[in-house]
Design a protein around this ligand. Structure first.
Ligand SMILES: NC(=O)c1ccc[n+]([C@@H]2O[C@H](COP(=O)([O-])OP(=O)(O)OC[C@H]3O[C@@H](n4cnc5c(N)ncnc54)[C@H](OP(=O)(O)O)[C@@H]3O)[C@@H](O)[C@H]2O)c1
Length: 317
């Protein structure tokens, strides 16, 4: 790679895949940090942006990628060479994101991470760790001894939610959609297949559901929750809609609560960073699958099919 040019995945039209091109390295400017990217997540949010199906979209052409990590090349506030993660402040949403060798990120979107952190972990821990923490503690307020059912339990958010809920003293049931994923549910949970989900199969009513899947999976979990129980909704990959019979809803007396990391990110940041230390130490686990930028289409396809185990990360090193 020459000093002046840099590889970037550029989206030219919504509903298509970005093209890998060479383009000039972004010019440093005040209020922004130039980062040599080392790794970048391919997440459902990025797919929604690529599909033109998110509430905030960039003008095209644009580089997608809402979460990345790399090394500071030029900045007014971060020393050169600092390992950082970059996300937020509209990165990959209102303008160019992280699917490139270089990203020019607003200073406020750049956060140092401990030196020596695996760049793939650095770019991918915050969303699942922050969301898992927010779901278990801030939203569902899980108490020791409660029974918590987590859907998508082999996914990035789901597997960390299982681990965080178990540490909160809960008895955890991890639900997966495919038999091949049963073995990927963290050992802290009893693993159950979604098609076999019943009050009996999960060992009786649960106090809390953390649903990372949505659609029919969310619908099927509701009858498993005890009256006055809580359902924390994290994601809707399997479907954006839920039809509720209001009479049944009142009778069931179960609260459906949204988990929104965008509004809670600051609140859970310290907890997510503590979880990073434990992930690095191997005390918690977050599965990661790595793809070269020339294998973006494979990463996107596998993510759409739901066959990625954990986080999909572009290796840009
Ligand atoms: N609310 C927030 O602030 C917030 C923050 C972070 C993430 N999220 C959302 O939370 C969800 C989970 O995120 P994640 O990073 O854990 O994703 P992930 O690792 O890809 O896990 C998603 C799981 O959903 C299941 N699934 C069911 N139907 C699917 C389909 N049609 N396509 C793909 N997956 C399907 C899969 O599990 P099975 O094979 O077991 O069915 C998959 O493991 C995503 O929708 C993401 O956008 C929300």
């Amino acid at each position: 790679m020459s000093v002046e040019t840099s590889r970037a995945l550029v989206l030219e039209q919504f509903g298509t895949l970005p093209r890998l091109v060479e383009r000039p390295v972004p010019k440093p400017r005040p209020g922004h940090t130039l980062v040599r990217m080392l790794a970048s997540q391919v997440a459902h949010l990025d797919l929604n942006v690529m599909d033109g199906k998110f509430g905030i979209l960039p003008d095209l052409p644009a580089v997608p990628g809402t979460n990345g990590s790399g090394v500071v090349l030029a900045s007014d506030i971060h020393p050169e060479g600092t390992l950082v993660r970059v996300n937020g402040k509209g990165l990959g949403l209102r303008g160019d994101g992280c699917w490139a060798d270089h990203a020019l990120a607003p200073d406020a979107a750049v956060t140092p991470v401990p030196a020596g952190t695996d760049p793939a972990l650095a770019c991918s821990f915050f969303s699942p760790a922050g969301t898992a923490w927010a779901a278990v503690h801030s939203v569902a307020a899980v108490q020791p001894g409660e029974r918590v059912l987590v859907t998508g339990a082999a996914g990035a958010v789901g597997s960390l939610t299982v681990q965080v809920a178990a540490r909160a003293g809960a008895e955890v049931i991890g639900v997966v959609g495919r038999a091949a994923k049963l073995d990927h549910v963290p050992a802290a949970a009893k693993a159950v297949l979604a098609t076999e989900m019943s009050t009996e199969a999960v060992g009786g009513p649960v106090d809390v559901v953390v649903d990372t899947v949505g659609g029919p999976v969310l619908r099927d979990t509701l009858p498993l929750v005890r009256p006055r129980g809580r359902v924390a909704l994290v994601g809707y990959t399997a479907g954006r809609e839920l039809t509720v019979d209001l009479a049944d809803f009142l009778l069931a007396d179960v609260s459906l609560l949204p988990v929104n990391l965008m509004t809670r990110g600051r609140e859970v940041a310290a907890d997510a960073e503590r979880l990073l230390t434990e992930l690095t130490a191997g005390e918690l686990s977050l599965p990661i699958e790595r793809f070269g930028p020339d294998r973006l289409s494979e990463a996107v396809e596998r993510l759409r099919q739901g066959t990625v185990v954990g986080r999909a990360v572009l290796d840009l090193a």
